[in-house]
Design a protein around this ligand. Sequence first.
Ligand SMILES: [Zn+2]
Length: 153
Amino acid sequence: MLFRLSVLLGIAIALHATPSTAQTVYPACYNIQNVQVHYYPDPSIPDIAVARTSPNGQPIVLWNPSILMPRPAATQEFFYYHECAHHALGHALGAYGPGGERQADCWAKQTMIQVGVMTPQKYQTIRKDLLILSTPGIDWPNGAVRVQLLDAC
Ligand SMILES: [Zn+2]
């Protein structure tokens, strides 16, 4: 009976998780001081995601589910690494300025290649989506320039 219940629960969880929130487990992210970064959904942030230090000093990423969840899985994965980059490169501890977004994009792409999760198809999905999604930022006037910079990285 207990066994049956756990099987049913397992199926219920799988069904719940599969269609819209197919949560991929990404490798753990560490900041420049080797402290693990935790990711939290926060629908109140006015951006796709933000890397910051929490009030208790922990490196965190807040990501906006209403912006990120409708995007392709490849884009979601890219932004996981992009935000990790801001911690891994020390940006969230003050080393942030012009070039920071470009560096984060480049780190994300290179890390995805290094850990073996980037495929040509995935990269094309990310490129297409960055083209549509990107607003003017400190390192690019539009998505076309962002994609050019990412290609050159
Ligand atoms: Zn960024």
